[in-house]
Design a protein around this ligand. Structure first.
Ligand code: PGA
Length: 305
């Protein structure tokens, strides 16, 4: 049996709806003979009679009537499919998988939420994790897009620096160094620190920076969560070095202060990273543009400090 084309199904659906070749041909912008020919071919392909051609009026056979229900269903499903593909191509629908360094969570989740409101058809999968896990995921081509500190070397990546990420020294407001100016790295190194877990990009950056200043950062408490670090510092466990993005509320509410230390803040940047071999989906492209635009607001916030 020769195949019935989707075009023939669409034509039949229109002919059945209007019970007229002429009306269907007008709706479909086809000539009436072309419609009649397609319908004849469809009957031949299927090996059944769809129309009763006795007299002037065109009517559907019993089979034709049953077939018109199937064809309406197929046409509807086909139109839905085309609509979906158009949405995907326009970046309005589809899947988006984003991995975010835990430190970037504060602003990245807000931006993703705004994106999701604008594109409710996009299914977002968000992983908030540390640098080490993100490197693994990038190596395995997992996320569409990554927001992280410094991008790694040795992988073929597209990376865009989009926002500063200054790392500042934090203390409780009643800390003896809270009012000191230009604290030297030597004095700082004598303090106890609350630090992130091994595998954290922030921790690596702090260790590298202390080494550059000829000092070592003595950790007393290791925590894998920026929120927990803030609480521990506020509770007097020791000093912390955290991204300025993560402490806006605490600074405003005077729960924490930043210390004025020589050589600080550590100047880092946030990057948007993708694997260059992995083609970016329209949704990922739409999110990239949205992200770069929205990030400007957060940059202003940090610059005001
Ligand atoms: P992390 O991320 O400290 O949460 O791992 C920051 C970074 O990627 O630099």
């Amino acid at each position: 049996m020769a195949h019935t084309s989707i075009r023939q199904i669409q034509i039949f659906e229109q002919v059945a709806r209007y019970q007229s070749h002429t009306r269907a041909s007008e709706e479909l912008h086809m000539t009436q003979p072309a419609v009649s020919m397609q319908m004849k071919q469809m009957e031949e392909n299927l090996g059944v009679s769809l129309f009763d051609r006795r007299g002037k009026k065109l009517s559907l056979t019993k089979t034709g009537e049953e077939m018109s229900k199937h064809c309406s269903y197929i046409v509807q499903a086909y139109n839905d499919m085309i609509e979906y593909v158009d949405e995907v191509k326009g970046g309005k629908s589809g899947q988006l998988s984003v991995s975010v360094a835990s430190t970037a969570n504060t602003f990245a989740t807000h931006i993703l939420s705004a994106f999701s409101k604008r594109h409710p058809q996009v299914a977002i999968s968000l992983d908030i994790t540390n640098r080490r896990k993100i490197l693994y995921q990038l190596d395995h081509f997992e996320p569409d897009l990554v927001i992280m500190g410094e991008p790694p070397k040795g992988l073929s990546l597209n990376s865009e620096k989009f926002m500063p990420n200054p790392l500042v020294v934090i203390a409780p407001p009643d800390h003896p160094l809270a009012d000191s100016a230009q604290i030297s790295p030597e004095v700082l190194a004598k303090e106890r620190f609350v630090v992130r877990e091994k595998g954290s990009g922030t921790r690596e950056a702090i260790e590298r920076h202390f080494a550059k200043l000829g000092q070592k950062c003595g950790g007393t408490l290791e925590l894998s969560d920026n929120e927990a670090i803030k609480y521990a510092v506020a509770a007097g466990f020791g000093l912390g070095v955290v991204s300025l993005h993560t402490i806006q509320l605490e600074l405003k509410n005077l729960l924490l202060v930043t210390l004025d230390v020589e050589g600080f803040p550590i100047e880092r940047n946030w990057h948007l990273v993708t694997r260059s071999e992995k083609a970016m989906t329209p949704v990922a492209r739409a999110f990239r543009e949205f992200m770069l635009q929205e990030a400007k607001k957060y940059t202003k916030l940090v610059e005001q400090r």
